[in-house]
Design a protein around this ligand. Sequence first.
Ligand SMILES: Nc1ncnc2c1ncn2[C@@H]1O[C@H](COP(=O)(O)OP(=O)(O)OP(=O)(O)O)[C@@H](O)[C@H]1O
Length: 498
Amino acid sequence: MPPALINCQGPPLPAQSFNDSFTGYPLLSVRTVEMVRDTGIIHFTVLFDIHCFSSILLDDSIHNTEEADEEDVVDLAANSLLNKLLRQSLVESSHRVEVLQKDPSSPLYSVKTFEELRLKEELLKGIYAMGFNRPSKIQEMALPMMLAHPPQNLIAQSQSGTGKTAAFVLAMLSRVNTLELFPQCLCLAPTYELALQTGRVVERMGKFCVDVQVMYAVRGNRIPRGTDVTKQIIIGTPGTVLDWCFKRKLIDLTKIRVFVLDEADVMIDTQGFSDQSIRIQRALPSECQMLLFSATFEDSVWQFAERIIPDPNVIKLRKEELTLNNIRQYYVLCENRKDKYQALCNIYGGITIGQAIIFCQTRRNAKWLTVEMMQDGHQVSLLSGELTVDQRASIIQRFRDGKEKVLITTNVCARGIDVKQVTIVVNFDLPVNQAEEPDYETYLHRIGRTGRFGKKGLAFNMIEVDKLPLLMKIQDHFNSSIKQLDPEDMDEIEKIEY
Ligand SMILES: Nc1ncnc2c1ncn2[C@@H]1O[C@H](COP(=O)(O)OP(=O)(O)OP(=O)(O)O)[C@@H](O)[C@H]1O
């Protein structure tokens, strides 16, 4: 898509101001700003990129491109970053924390306050400055283990947002000896952006620990061989850390006291990262404290965790389960895409809809639907995989703020993104896997989000006749009823309440 040009006149403004003035339009981003002074008037030439549905309106050829027909694959690292960017507070769980001690006979400590941890004054100040009043559920159990003497190893699993990062950052900050100017704590993260996010937490929590410094071992941060690295906390991606340790000799692994492997589930999903992490871990001294964190605990994560963390304590906090119990599910039989859209309009016209998320299987369908709805005057936004994580975050935030009533998306947002006020989910296309079988997990994630925290939700499935057997399989799988709805019967539609 070629960039577009705006010419305008006005007072002198830095380029950033142009970006700021376009932040209300997440689909526009400023590429360059040129300023020309002409007899007292300043002319600006702003070159900006138009993303998403604006591009379709301007470029019909998109319907014919292969790219437009792509399904969005779920990118774990991008989702994790998105979650972090959007998170507003701690995620609570009603489950109990499960603890498996390496030595079951040793007493199990938990804390209810940060004071009980006897932290350095400046660290406690940093915690309170972040607005933390008391440890989160996982921190209550994990912090005493992480701060124990002698240090103990830990594998901790709990869903995103439950306070794991804050816990290991606290452990790293409390173990740094500020009189020693060399790397003492090493944290591995799966991507550059995730490393930066962790670094920000170190900087915020360590705000009053003025002698503690962080450095990023990430691609692009080129430090000449032989440089004397004096920063005590290193956060980086496995490949670059390996390079810094073995090739460039910037980090002496034998002096590391705390080793953290964050987002283990994302890490093992990235080719080569498990082996690189294991090579790093093998060079650490035996007394180094080793900590591993993961938001999920499939067998593969568990196997990796056991390989890399010797003699661990294990802490798990189960996730709130998604359920379809509070959700009334309907299906509408349709001939084709146009027909599905018509049915959607009838439903939309028949019931009062607060906010809705509509899921499509491909980018092409999502774009097509966005254009149709916009042309019919609906306020919609489109979220699909070609957007950067920042653009996705901005679109979701606008939707959360109620600026658009409908969010059209692909599987890119099927999991993990909470918008509490959404009560209606539409499957414009059923989720299917590569074998063209129903994707039950994704169905549950798409729809289960509406009926959370005891709220009631509504789900509509738009089904082509040949897809009906798939829907029946979904119904059987979840042992829940999905009722047929006649999209022409407005009386019936109007009776649906939520
Ligand atoms: N004890 C606490 N009290 C209040 N807020 C907290 C506490 N601990 C962490 N938080 C906040 O809760 C949010 C989630 O915490 P954190 O990032 O540590 O969770 P996480 O489990 O590491 O999530 P992820 O897996 O996405 O990294 C953050 O906004 C963080 O500042």
